[in-house]
Ligand binder design. Structure first.
Ligand code: SAM
Length: 244
């Protein structure tokens, strides 16, 4: 493992990792590689690639610089839900870097969540809630609906579908952050109706290259402007089959 590369990569996004955070990220890497032998968690297995494409990418939300967002960003006790977390991205690296947040990890595949239960135990991550289910169902539950300060999601679906999964979880004036690549413009142009139905407003679109790479990442910062009508999300499968 190349801790120098890990530290320098995080330094490029303005984060000075503590020794404990370095060991937690390294241990997380080892656990992914070990589990990947028996379960399909990720195609990225090289250490440096994992640092860039999974760890730094997950935490790159610190590069968003909208004023209201910065004032509210990941303060003590903020609730953050990662929808479709898979092997724990972006949720786990974010929790390692910002241990003060209350993190919820949601996925429809329980064996991935069992892996994440082991990760949280091994890395001593407190205040992590793990929920098995589909976003379309879980977002209708009283204890999760419109309760989160932030909803984050990476590589789960097109923006209109994802907005229907994610915006119902966010409280009024909270944020939904979508990790996108170069197709963001096209997706955004198809999302006007979805944002108006679900009460989301795009407040920042930030595109940058991940450190020490030419991999381009676009983050969309969407603010929740009011209550999402109770009919959303529609029943499981509908948001992806017929996006708003
Ligand atoms: N976010 C992770 C990442 O960036 O590496 C995983 C991305 S993986 C391509 C998509 C994940 O979303 C899978 O683990 C899948 O089980 C989950 N997923 C897809 N649709 C979902 C839904 N409707 N509700 C909950 N999880 C879902």
């Amino acid at each position: 493992m190349n801790d120098k590369f890990l530290r320098e990569s995080f330094d490029q996004i303005g984060i000075d990792l503590t020794d404990e955070q370095v060991s937690q990220l390294d241990r997380f890497y080892e656990m992914i590689i070990e589990k990947n032998k028996v379960m399909n968690l990720t195609k990225i297995t090289d250490y440096d690639d994992t640092v860039t494409k999974h760890f730094v990418d997950s935490v790159s939300v610190v590069l968003l610089d909208d004023d209201i967002y910065i004032k509210n960003r990941f303060s003590e006790g903020d609730s953050v839900i990662d929808v479709g977390t898979g092997a724990g991205f972006p949720g786990i690296p974010l929790k390692i870097v910002f241990p003060e947040i209350k993190l919820t990890l949601l996925d429809s595949v329980n064996k991935k969540l069992n892996f994440l239960r082991d990760v949280c135990k091994e890395l001593n991550l407190d205040d992590v809630t793990i929920i098995h289910g589909r976003a379309e169902d879980i977002a209708h539950q009283k204890d999760t609906r419109e309760t989160f300060d932030f909803c984050l999601s990476r590589a789960v679906g097109n923006l209109a579908t994802l907005s229907e999964y994610c915006l119902p979880f966010v409280r009024k004036n909270g944020f939904f952050i979508s990790y996108k690549s170069e197709r963001a413009e096209e997706e955004l142009s198809l999302c006007k109706h979805a944002f108006s139905e679900l009460r989301g407003k795009l407040i920042q679109e930030a595109t940058f290259d991940l450190p020490y790479s030419d991999i381009s990442r676009t983050l969309l910062l969407i603010m929740k402007t009011g209550n999402t009508p109770k009919i959303y999300p529609r029943k499981a499968g509908t948001p992806s089959k017929s996006p708003l």
